[in-house]
Design a protein around this ligand. Structure first.
Ligand SMILES: [Zn+2]
Ligand SMILES: [Zn+2]
Length: 393
């Protein structure tokens, strides 16, 4: 199959879908308009599918005419609670925005579905189309898997991509970033309530000041990174929220804080979680207070399969020039729930650079002026098609 030609053939269709979806962005697990759009498109292609998988998920199945394995191709469909400011003619019609490009992912996978459903005689085995909700929050991949998205037939490998401008080293439109192992971090959160004893600000001896406890806690937990991990190991601890106190001259009863942990290695992730709790408990005890601690293990680190990625890169060379395939040597500290699929089966996740300037400036993913160079989208479809066909063959 001349994959580039076939993908070019559905380029207009992909752009149309992307613009339709861009105007109706929805959030989380419940995406009624978006999933109805996807279902109606793949129904018109006579692809068998399941709806309402883990909320608004849609799982399509294209059976090739020859026996073989099953590969899953994944697109996320959800948007962000951001008011769009691009001024584009097809801008969002509500208060949400596809500011992470998931509209493009969904449109690309619809284009892939169109090409593959019309060329079943060239497919060995099956291609599963995974349209999932809630990648941004609270997570759609895990419930999709729990709802059997990778069963009947059992999925052997998975492939997915992300558009935008996510990695600084990938700067040319249409170039792709590939990574042979740990590519993205976990996405965890933690909450601490440091409890003291409230009193008059002039008489601290009559209480226990949790504001002072929190000030120590903030600096001590950063030494987990700087003193307890090797300099070559990457992890981030960020406290993004602190709440406590009512007046300048009152020592409050308690202070609450919330933060996030990003680590690309599972052992380091678990180590940090344990140390955040130990320090909270021991420090508050030392300073005569108590604490409540909770840690939420969110999306795991995203780890690509080395062998699969090597094969995929050979497929990608048929679609994009060799110099446009860039190996990402350093992981991104962002999180992605594609990681759950990669914990089940081998596969790979790639970045595709699609920057487009608004008012002369290229804005990052999650910005109200984030925009996509639509002329690159057919390449995304071509990469998924070529990757899938080559794997199955
Ligand atoms: Zn995002
Ligand atoms: Zn995203």
């Amino acid at each position: 199959m001349d994959v580039i030609k076939k993908a070019k053939g559905v380029e207009e269709y992909i752009i149309k879908c992307r613009r339709d979806l861009h105007q109706i962005p929805e959030l989380g697990l419940n995406l009624p308009k978006t999933s109805a759009y996807v279902a109606s498109e793949i129904r018109s292609m006579s692809i068998e599918f399941r709806e309402n998988v883990a909320g608004s998920g849609v799982v399509g199945l294209i059976k090739g005419s020859k026996d073989g394995k099953t590969i899953a191709l994944r697109a996320d469909m959800d948007a962000l609670p951001i008011k769009e400011e691009t001024g584009l003619s097809f801008a969002s019609q509500n208060d949400n925005m596809h500011a992470c490009g998931h509209d493009a992912h969904t449109a690309i996978l619809l284009g892939v579905a169109k090409v593959l459903s019309e060329n079943k005689d060239e497919i060995y085995g099956n291609v599963k189309l995974i349209f999932q909700p809630a990648e941004e929050s609270p997570g759609g991949a895990k419930p999709m898997l729990e709802a059997g998205a990778f069963e009947n037939p059992k999925v052997d490998a998975v492939l997915g991509l992300h558009v935008g401008n996510l990695i600084n080293t990938v700067t040319k439109n249409g170039s792709i970033g590939v990574c042979y192992s740990n590519m993205m971090a976990c996405l965890d959160s933690f909450k601490v309530k440091l409890i003291g004893k409230g009193c008059h600000g002039a008489y601290p001896q009559s209480g226990v000041d949790p504001v002072v406890v929190v000030s120590h806690y903030l600096t001590v937990i950063q030494t987990i990174i700087s003193r307890e991990l090797a300099g070559t190991d990457s992890a981030v601890i960020t406290v993004g929220k602190i709440n406590g106190g009512q007046a300048y001259n009152i020592i409050p009863n308690s202070v609450e804080l919330e933060g996030t942990v990003r680590a690309v290695d599972q052992n380091i992730r678990e180590y940090i979680a344990r140390r955040l709790e130990e320090i909270a408990k021991d420090l508050s005890k030392t300073m005569r207070g108590t604490c409540e601690f909770s840690y939420n293990f969110g999306y795991p680190p995203l780890v690509n399969d080395e062998e699969f990625t090597k094969y995929f890169v050979e497929s990608a060379k048929k679609i994009v020039p060799r110099e446009d395939i860039i190996e990402l040597k350093k992981p991104s500290m962002g999180g992605e729930d594609f990681s759950y699929y990669l914990k089940q089966v081998p596969g790979t996740f790639i970045f595709m650079d699609t920057p487009m300037a608004i008012d002369g400036h290229v804005y990052p993913n999650h910005n109200p002026k984030f925009a996509i160079d639509e002329s690159q989208l057919f390449k995304g479809a071509a990469l998924l098609i070529q990757g899938a066909l080559d794997y199955l063959e």
